[in-house]
Design a protein around this ligand. Structure first.
Ligand SMILES: Cc1cc2nc3c(=O)[nH]c(=O)nc-3n(C[C@H](O)[C@H](O)[C@H](O)COP(=O)(O)OP(=O)(O)OC[C@H]3O[C@@H](n4cnc5c(N)ncnc54)[C@H](O)[C@@H]3O)c2cc1C
Length: 292
């Protein structure tokens, strides 16, 4: 396995921003992940994984550690009865396609989540009433100490959250699904995609929801809309004119631009509603939002 230096993370994030990783590798098997973790440990380097980078804001000055992008055996999908055995590097779309072909439902919620299985487990990604916690039976997680299977409880899955930390690499996951006719799955996916297209910017460079929905009668998006932030722009980044909980790369955005927009959005929501919005997007590198 080749370890590259200075690979630009902007190539691996859907927003298209982010500076270089000190080291970058593409392991294709459990053994290669173990090798990469050992390599990093010998150099006291932090390790992070990028999936599809669809929920990732990477610092403009990059990440001072080893970044892994899983492929090969770690991106395969197999059907075993009602269980989908998926490599963490597999895209949700590929897993859903295989599930549908096998007549297995319950993963339809992931149709418009443009990530990988590993990113979905890490974030407990979800939509339209479903989430990973609802289908995940167990996930195989590697660290420099070895690897082991963890249940959703052990992973600490809750709303868009797990207890996983950098240095823990999700290698694969078993999803327990339910038999459902493929045409019903297809119809539901069509309906969910249509709803998504109507409400959110689907043809722009974004990283999905910026903030988690707060415990409040208004969603984060609606709150920021009431604050008058739709279309608000800093540098090359703008708050989506279609949905205020999305930031778009309008024209040559940097992570600094996106972070400044997030800080402004949090300040306004706090001033107007007394709500401290928590970011849903994951940070990679030295990134911090100012205190409110
Ligand atoms: C248009 C759009 C719509 C979206 N809609 C939704 C939605 O409806 N619901 C939702 O929940 N999310 C949504 N998202 C956000 C995103 O797609 C999900 O959070 C997704 O699960 C992230 O997966 P990823 O593979 O892209 O992870 P990344 O963004 O690459 O990484 C996210 C985090 O997971 C970690 N990670 C990734 N893979 C692994 C692994 N194998 N082992 C250990 N850590 C790992 C990363 O280090 C990082 O901390 C949307 C994004 C976009 C762009």
């Amino acid at each position: 396995m080749r370890i590259e230096e200075g690979v630009e993370l902007a190539r691996f994030t859907t927003l298209g921003t982010g500076g270089p990783a000190r080291a970058f590798a593409r392991p294709e098997s459990d053994a290669e992940v173990e090798e990469a973790l050992r390599w990093a440990q010998e150099r006291s380097l932090a390790v992070a994984v990028v999936g599809l980078g669809s929920n990732l804001l990477a610092a403009d000055d990059g990440f001072d550690g080893l970044v892994l992008k899983l492929g090969g055996e770690l991106a395969t999908v197999e059907v075993d009865g009602d269980v989908l055995r998926v490599g963490a590097g597999a895209a949700n779309a590929v897993a859903l396609h295989r599930a549908r072909a096998a007549g297995l439902g319950s993963f339809e919620f992931a149709c418009a989540i443009p990530g990988t299985i590993g990113g979905g487990v890490w974030m407990n990604a979800g939509a339209y009433g479903g989430d990973f916690a609802g289908v995940l039976e167990r996930a195989l997680v590697a660290t420099s100490e070895g690897s082991g299977w963890l249940t959703p409880l052990e992973l600490g899955l809750s709303y868009r959250h797990s207890e996983l930390r950098h240095g823990q690499v999700v290698l694969r996951a078993d999803l327990r699904l339910r038999p459902r006719p493929p045409e019903e799955i297809k119809a539901e996916v069509r309906d969910l995609n249509k709803r998504r297209k109507e409400a959110q910017p689907t043809n722009r460079r974004t990283f999905g929801s910026v903030f988690k929905n707060p415990e409040h009668e208004l969603s984060a998006g609606r709150m920021l809309e009431v604050c008058g932030l739709k279309g608000h722009r800093i540098g090359g980044a703008q708050i989506s004119p279609k949905h205020a909980n999305f930031i778009e790369n309008a024209d040559g955005a940097t992570t600094t631009d996106a972070l400044a927009l997030m800080a402004e959005a949090r300040r306004r929501a706090n001033d107007q509603f007394g709500v401290r919005l928590q970011h849903e997007v994951e940070f990679l590198g030295e990134l911090e939002l100012p205190e409110l």
